[in-house]
Design a protein around this ligand. Structure first.
Ligand code: SAH
Length: 346
């Protein structure tokens, strides 16, 4: 029986060089193939034109390239693009390109589905099927970089891990993908242009701080009152706000990197003065800013966006307390590409 072929992109550059030396070739061949895989984004061995035919055949006999495939690309009237991406085992994830006048942001997925159970998020209903590999995350970024060049004549400028999944539940692979994205042998992007968004897993936030990562951190807070937060994000009962707060203080003490809190204001849930006051107290523990995002309805209307006077109250009180606040409108709603809407509908 033939052994199952290995995914060549699971090898490091060193391992690839070793492989060539062991098969009687030069280590340098490893560099060439590595460059094809990571810088030139080759989807097949055949495409590696400066490698001899016999070597390409030998690679074909030993390895596969598990490249993702953009199955469906949808374009929104506001320019947003959503990719439905097929993985080698036929599972699908989604990623989104968000253009503004000056930037192109990629919003990428870290898991197929999600293990968390946020009541307001469409992805939560899919449950978690599996973690993405580092190259599956990297490929989503490359696909969007290519689309950005093609449709907007500029390279990708920013990345947010705000697609499907909880990045800190797939931390090692997310970190490997970011290493590749930021390395000169990959896309050479600055880590300061990358934001990892989490629902707040305290242990992993501490780990990130210890690892001295250089990307930015966003936390989906939505409420600074335990009872309320647990009712909309049930895992909060396992990781209560006091633990999260301590982890965030630790993060700031180690990284000196300001935290962004993502926050949706819902009617009847967190639209009162006491909710804002709790948020203000929470924000005082570590330098932070608040990003109020619009609610994107996903269903039967259990959740509703609070009216604008509630948002105005948040904005005014936060500002009075010296906390930076931005209010952001959603993009790509007409193609279900906005925050919390990624659920493989197409
Ligand atoms: N699991 C990570 C990243 C994915 S969610 C996290 O929780 O941060 C990306 C952002 O979209 C989060 O802030 C999330 O709370 C928010 N979100 C989820 N569903 C939403 C919805 N229906 N409308 C608006 N934002 C939503």
């Amino acid at each position: 029986m033939q052994a199952e072929k290995k995914d060549i992109r699971a090898l490091t550059k060193e391992q690839l060089r070793d492989f060539f030396v062991k098969s009687g070739d030069k280590a340098f061949r490893g560099n060439q193939v590595y460059e094809w895989l990571w810088q030139k984004g080759a989807h097949s061995f055949e495409a590696m034109t400066n490698i001899s035919k016999s070597t390409r055949q030998m690679l074909e006999d030993n390895f596969v390239i598990n490249h993702i495939k953009v199955d469906v690309m949808q374009r929104s009237s506001d320019g947003t693009i959503k990719n439905a991406v097929r993985l080698h085992d036929d599972l699908i994830v989604e990623s989104v390109l968000i253009p503004t006048d000056t930037r192109t942001t990629a919003c990428v997925s870290s898991q197929v589905g999600c293990s968390l159970d946020c009541k307001f998020c469409a992805t939560a209903r899919l449950k978690r099927m599996r973690n993405l590999n580092p190259d599956e995350i990297y490929d989503q970024v490359v696909a969007i970089d290519n689309e950005s060049r093609l449709y907007f004549n500029r390279p990708l400028s920013n990345i947010v891990f705000m697609g499907m999944g909880e990045p800190l539940m797939n931390y090692n692979n997310v970190l490997k993908a970011i290493d590749k994205i930021t390395s000169e042998e990959g896309l050479g992007m600055s880590p300061r242009r990358i934001t990892v968004s989490t629902s707040g897993v305290p242990k992993m936030i501490r780990k990130m701080a210890d690892d001295e990562v250089r990307f930015k951190l966003a936390v989906s807070l939505h409420s600074a009152i335990d009872e309320t937060r647990t009712s909309i994000m049930p895992f909060n009962s396992t990781f209560p706000l006091a633990d999260l707060r301590e982890a965030l203080e630790y993060w700031y003490s180690k990284t000196k990197s300001r935290i962004t809190y993502e926050y949706v204001v819902w009617k009847g849930i967190n639209d009162q003065r006491k909710d804002v006051e709790a948020l203000i107290r929470f924000c005082k523990f570590a330098p932070s800013k608040v990003n109020i995002i619009e609610y994107n309805p996903i269903d039967d209307g259990e959740f509703q966006q609070a009216p604008s006077d509630a948002i105005d109250m948040y904005q005014a009180l936060l500002q009075q307390n010296g906390i930076t606040v931005t209010v952001r409108r959603s993009r790509g709603k007409d193609i279900d590409a906005a925050c919390g809407q990624l659920a493989n509908k197409s």
